[in-house]
Design a binder for this molecule. Structure first.
Ligand SMILES: NC(=O)C1=CN([C@@H]2O[C@H](COP(=O)(O)OP(=O)(O)OC[C@H]3O[C@@H](n4cnc5c(N)ncnc54)[C@H](OP(=O)(O)O)[C@@H]3O)[C@@H](O)[C@H]2O)C=CC1
Ligand SMILES: O=C1OC[C@@H](O)[C@H](O)[C@H]1O
Length: 346
């Protein structure tokens, strides 16, 4: 039995995810929903969706009885309303990151998923990749000794997208922190937990700085320093002004573990898929991650399908508790740098 997907939104990540679905025997794309008929038809044609299941409204897709699960791939401010509607339509859902704009919205989504007994996951796709699981396992086994510090960066050049891009518009949830801050944050939390053999931890302290621009009212870069109950610290950096550092490191008493390409291991141009461990002062030993299937979004879709088809409402790679911890930390990080959206005023 395969899971029948409908996608809401026909932008960048919707296309990437639809390609990932194509390679997954457990999944199939059966419907596409857009704000416009023309976009729905064009997208549907590219991915072999029947004309009748290319919908010019999101509501029409949610009313389609052939859709088991919905992938919400719109800008973040639309996630909350669409996720609640999806749950009420009794459909499972994979919601793009960040799950919603703030804790109040995430809580509403969790309540709706619980009430309607549907599967829900926030789409931190890198968490579903074998490289991430291997790195966390190595930390748990003590390859760097006692973990002291997690360093994680994510940056890309976003100016070329132009000022109309969601990245630069406050009303579309723009800025570096909301777009990519959740990646280093979710990695630091995962590793702080892995170090003690537990699920991801919530930070006990989070201090941040950032550059919220006067004209756009979104941040061009943001940094955070975190502390966890087990005395692990983390330094996070995100920026959307240049293709700068994207690597992650875990520093321990014995040595350092480094992953050069954690976020998009499917894109070889961003670096090799490998884990590098060096004892302090020595050359790194490299563990290559060799895989038959390399599409990151196929891993994500398969993780979701396995959970849904076995009756689970959550996926172990990104649980509901994990998403709550994420948004609480993101809210705190935003408060530290003075980054405000209209959702915060409701
Ligand atoms: N996991 C990952 O690797 C990635 C995740 N993302 C996440 O996915 C979501 C979408 O990002 P991305 O695909 O880059 O965004 P895009 O701007 O490329 O696409 C968003 C789509 O959402 C729909 N939409 C609904 N309301 C609006 C609106 N008011 N303005 C613009 N578009 C709207 C549009 O589709 P239509 O007109 O058909 O309705 C549009 O094409 C974000 O939450 C982002 O954080 C993004 C990139 C990578
Ligand atoms: O999640 C993401 O990862 C890659 C970025 O290019 C994109 O803007 C972001 O939404």
């Amino acid at each position: 039995m395969s899971l029948r997907w409908g996608i809401l939104g026909t932008g960048n990540i919707a296309t990437t995810f639809a390609n990932g679905l194509k390679q997954s025997p457990l999944n199939s794309l059966v419907a596409i929903g857009s704000r416009s008929d023309a976009s729905a038809q064009a997208f549907g044609q590219a991915f072999g969706v029947t004309k009748a299941a290319c919908y010019g409204t999101y509501d029409a897709l949610l009313a389609d009885p052939n859709v088991d699960i919905v992938y919400i791939a719109t800008p973040h401010p639309q996630h909350c309303e669409l996720a609640i509607k999806t749950a009420k339509a009794k459909k499972h859902m994979l919601v793009e990151k960040p799950m919603a704009m703030n804790e109040r919205e995430v809580q509403l989504i969790l309540d709706a998923a619980k009430e309607n007994d549907v599967f829900l996951m926030e789409a931190y796709m890198y968490r579903c990749h074998p490289q991430t699981q291997k790195a966390a396992e190595m930390i748990k086994q003590g390859v760097v000794g006692e973990v002291k510090l997690v360093k994680a960066s994510f940056s890309f050049e976003g100016y070329s997208l132009g000022p109309s891009s969601r990245l630069w518009r406050n009303e579309l949830g723009g800025g570096a922190l909301m777009d990519i801050g959740g990646y280093p944050l979710s990695w630091a939390r995962l590793i702080a937990g892995a170090a003690q053999g537990s699920s991801p931890l919530h930070p006990t302290i989070l201090k941040g700085v950032g550059n919220v621009q006067k004209d756009t009212q979104v941040d061009e870069w943001a940094m955070a320093s975190l502390g966890f109950e087990n005395k692990i610290g983390a330094q996070l950096f995100v920026g959307v002004f240049a293709d700068a550092d994207c690597s992650v490191e875990v520093v321990g008493t014995k040595g350092t573990l480094r992953v050069p390409n954690l976020w998009r291991p499917d894109l070889a141009v961003l670096g090799p898929t490998q884990i590098e461990v060096s004892e302090h002062g020595k050359a790194a030993a490299i563990t290559p991650i060799v895989l038959e299937q390399t599409n990151l979004f196929t891993f994500e879709a398969e993780a979701v399908a396995k959970a849904v088809l076995s009756g689970k409402k959550e996926c172990d790679f990104m649980t509901w508790e994990d998403s709550l911890s994420q948004v609480r930390s993101m809210d705190q990080w935003r408060k530290e740098i003075g980054l405000v959206y209209s959702a915060d005023k409701q």
